[in-house]
Structure formats: C-alpha cells, structure tokens
Design a protein around this ligand. Structure first.
Ligand code: ADP
Ligand code: MG
Length: 220
C-alpha cells in the first residue's frame, strides 16, 4: 500500500525534516507513526498525500509512484485516501450533513446517492441524529467523528490521520479509536501519526518510530 525508499525532505530553510526513510506498510495494516514533536511525522504524511514533494527518494502509494515531477496524479491518488487532521478542518458555518455531502458532490454523485451515503456514514460514526445540526453545536469528539465520516464517505482503502486525537479528551479519544479499529477490521489501511505514547501503548498495532527525521527502532 505504501512504500518509501530512501526518502529525504529538506525544506527551503535547510531544515532536514526526513533523512533516508525506508518504510513499507501493507494493505490492511494499522500503523502508528510516532516520535516527539518535530520528528517529521506531519512531513511524512504530507508527502503521502502530495502536499509536499520529497527532496529525494521514491514514494509509492496505492501502486501510484508520486515522486515524479508532474503532479497530475495527485487527484487520482487523493481519491484513494481519506485524510483526518487534529483540527478537524470542517466547514464551520455548515451542517454535519452538508460537510459530508460536499465530499461526495466533488466526486460527482447524484443527490439521491448523496443523501443515502450521508445517512449511512453518519450511522457508522454514531451521529445519525445530528445530520441537520451545525457542526459548531457539536463537541470536539463529535466534530472529529464528522471529519472521519467525511474522510470515509468515498470508501478509500487508505486513511491518513495526523494527530487526530490531539484535541480530544480520553473518552472522546476512545470513541475515535473505536471507529478506527472497526475500520481496520473492515480492511482499510490506517496510518495514524501521534506523539502520544500512552495512547499507542493501549493498542496492539504496529509502531513506526521517527526521531529527528530518521526511522529508529524500539520503544517510544
Ligand atoms: P512532527 O509532525 O513530527 O512534529 P514536522 O514534520 O511537522 O514534525 O516537522 C519536522 C521538521 O520540519 C521540524 O523541524 C519542523 O520545524 C520542520 N518543518 C515542518 N514544516 C515546515 C515547513 N513548511 N517549512 C520549514 N520547515 C518545516
Ligand atoms: Mg505534526
């Protein structure tokens, strides 16, 4: 599903964010990507969703090689992944349903399909009763569940999450983890960046460690 070969990223400011990272994540895996703040987690995810070009090395996501100079494949690639952020990135002046419908409309579904899919996905994240509510009326945990629903509504085989529980308390974190665990059981590949070592210890998933932009073995 994901293969990085000798990937390095140096920002124009000469900050080396990733150094010679080799990494393989198989289809269906749940992998935590961890390391202290500044270790390169966000940069690695941004390379996977083509928001950032690696300075050198080769990146293959979902069979698509994304290192080449033209970025035409980005749209093809983005359709195969859902992305979730720490700050949810919802349209704040819209309802829960509208936030999700938006992700479907841009991929060209009919309005009947949109209504059906919105209601199905809200069921899956336990928010079916909140479809007509403004996202601002929701708790942080509920807002993150809307963001996850939006990321999943096109049924991508890959979910990338960058500190998705960073703004959530323990109980909201538990709810989000339950949804992601369920997703993993259904076969979706999940890459979950977090600096929260306590969280990682509570789950039996693979852990990939970064330190100063390099992969390191062993404990957090
Ligand atoms: P993490 O997500 O693990 O906290 P980041 O990938 O955000 O790590 O950052 C890795 C390093 O790259 C840090 O030193 C950070 O300051 C630097 N960095 C991140 N984004 C940029 C950017 N857009 N421009 C310059 N430096 C950046
Ligand atoms: Mg980060």
């Amino acid at each position: 599903m994901i293969q990085l070969t000798h990937v390095s990223k140096t920002y124009p400011s000469q900050i080396s964010a990733l150094s010679d990272v080799n990494l393989e994540i198989s289809a269906g895996e749940f992998a935590f990507l961890t390391g202290p703040s500044g270790s390169g987690k966000t940069t690695l995810l941004r390379i996977l969703y083509c928001a950032e070009k690696p300075t050198s090395g080769e990146v293959i996501v979902n069979g698509i090689r994304i290192t080449q100079k033209d970025f035409r494949k980005i749209y093809q690639l983005r359709r195969t992944m859902g992305i979730v952020f720490q700050d949810f990135k919802l349209l704040r002046d819209r309802t829960v349903g509208e936030n999700i419908a938006f992700a479907l409309e841009v991929t060209g579904h009919s309005s009947k399909e949109v209504r059906k899919k919105v209601s199905e996905i809200l069921n899956r994240v336990g928010l079916q009763a909140r479809e007509e509510d403004s996202v601002l009326s929701l708790s942080a945990g509920e807002q993150q569940r809307v963001a996850i629903a939006r990321a999943l509504v096109n049924d991508p085989p890959l979910l990338l999450a960058d500190e998705p529980t960073g703004n959530l308390d323990d109980s909201m974190t538990g709810e989000v983890m339950q949804i992601l665990a369920h997703l993993h059981h259904r076969g979706t590949t999940v890459v979950f960046a977090t600096h929260d070592t306590d969280l990682i210890l509570r789950y039996p998933y693979r852990v990939i460690h970064l330190r100063s932009g390099r992969r390191v073995e062993g404990s957090p």
